[in-house]
Write a protein that binds this ligand. Sequence first.
Ligand SMILES: Cc1ncc(C[n+]2csc(CCOP(=O)(O)OP(=O)(O)O)c2C)c(N)n1
Length: 630
Amino acid sequence: MDLKTIQDPSFVRDLSNEDLKQLASNIRTFLIENLSKTGGHLGANLGVVELTLALHKVYESPKDRFIFDVGHQSYIHKILTGRAGQFDTLRQYKGLCGFPKRCESEHDLWETGHSSTSLSAAMGMAIARDVKDEKHAILPIIGDGALTGGMALEALNHIGHEKKNITVILNDNEMSIAKNVGALHNALGRMRSAGKYNRAKDDLEWLLKKIPAVGGRLAQAAERLKDSMKYFVVPGMFFEELGFTYYGPVDGHDFNDLLENLNYAKKTEGPVIVHVMTQKGKGYHPAESDQTDKWHGVGPYKIDSGEKIKPDAAPPAWSSVITEALRREARSDERIVAITPAMILGSKLEKFGEEFPDRLFDVGIAEQHATTVAAGLATQGMKPFLAIYSTFLQRAYDQVVHDVCRQKLNVVFGIDRAGLVGADGETHQGVFDIAFLRSLPNMTLMMPRDENEAQHMVHTAMNHEGGPIGIRYPRGNAKGVQVDPEHKLIDIGSWEVLQEGSDAVILTFGTTIEMALEASEELKKQGISVRVVNARFIKPLDETMLHDIMQADMPILTIEEAVLKGGFGSSILEFAEENLYRNQVIKRMGIPDRFIEHGKVPELLKEIDLTKEAAVSNLKEMTPSKRKRA
Ligand SMILES: Cc1ncc(C[n+]2csc(CCOP(=O)(O)OP(=O)(O)O)c2C)c(N)n1
């Protein structure tokens, strides 16, 4: 079947198991071929081909509500709901989003990107359904990794208590991005190995309930029997105790098993968990045999060998630069401990873990917990380094405020993927951290311009005794500059002039420095002399330098790859206002007040006018006398 002809998933309901198998095979080939060109979340999607088909066979989307947790595994759902034809644009500028998107289809009911939200969303939808007296199923589809997130556990607690009709599909592939961790993971392991739940018992109970008069009492007896046996035989005891009916473990690649259990679930009242065992990467050898989950999210690759098509030799990733510097610090300071919320691979902490196996903690998808663990460590004189993506730090805001900043604890935040991230889009752009961190008392925030400055910042942060300190660094590769042999301390709050100039000043840091230097170079040719300052401390500001600039009445252009509202440029406006520089000319460039979708970073920067050309034109406007002369 040509997948591009699919308009609507209802046809799946009429397919035989043989047809479903054939379709599953077509979909796998389609995914492997398309993603070899565009990249994307291959492993997770190959694992849920049969599961997604089975769900569309038993349930009716969009009447029944499919809610994909994280949403990176929703590609098959996208194919079945009429979007196969757009897969050549997957995750590209103006193309198909890599996550569910409400504006793309009426079948995408819940937008995600961050994990562990599906059960709470399901609960909200279930309450609405019942208040409105509607009848439909609600189907959160959540991975074993996402289930370790605090929100998911809070939702289980609530759903089990309220006894709402919600069917949780637990997609258990034993992986988060890397191997899943934690006690809950171990509990799921015991359920997996306990074998099938004795369904005959459930059948009996269900049948007995159907028989009038005696049904009630017999059913009660069966219930008691079931309860007493549960402790010995029921693999899903954990969930049963929380108030869920447990079905599983189900072979997630076997249509008979899937359909049988989903049909049971459909008939069952109250909260249900269908525990489905899947294999990440199923059907594509390089991804199947991958234990480190390098196929979780991939760039383009060669189909035959699975070899990744990488750009030519590039400098090390920013994450590696930071964690290598941390590793060096940790050799001479035993108090240094690294923490990651499920991102050992992304944050490039593997080598740190190899060298210091007792000093690296993967806490699962648990950003809030990770932050407060770091705070707890700091109270004991340890030096915690929390490696966390900017976008996921949003989850831990109260912990940053209440536990870390308020107690002025020496926690170091390695704020990874700061700035625009590209293909993951809206949900993953790391553009809010400056606005939400710089407003917090006791917080110090910095961003390096290259790997040399990065290593000195790591040293500075690990030796900082003045409360929390964050180093933000972007996605992608560093600059490839020569690094100093020794780590050095940088004075807190000190900026650096990179290019002298007398007509105007650009204050910027990190990824936008290059653009500023180029703009200054271009303006020099036009007779305008622009100073470029590496404002490497976003907080505190270099007040001495700022007073000098403002007293000299030089127009200031701030440039940041972060939101303008509440950002670094805003802090310069505040400084001018607080210090009564009433006539100071200040213009800010940064990210406007809207969410930025997926695409390549240069394309996105162009879309929002965060370019060298825009800097040049702004500076010309800000120096009118010079412009006339030029
Ligand atoms: C709050 C949050 N933290 C971290 C991530 C990064 N992340 C994306 S997918 C993933 C693993 C999810 O594991 P699981 O739910 O088991 O799905 P699988 O990919 O194994 O199918 C992680 C940690 C995220 N999306 N959201």
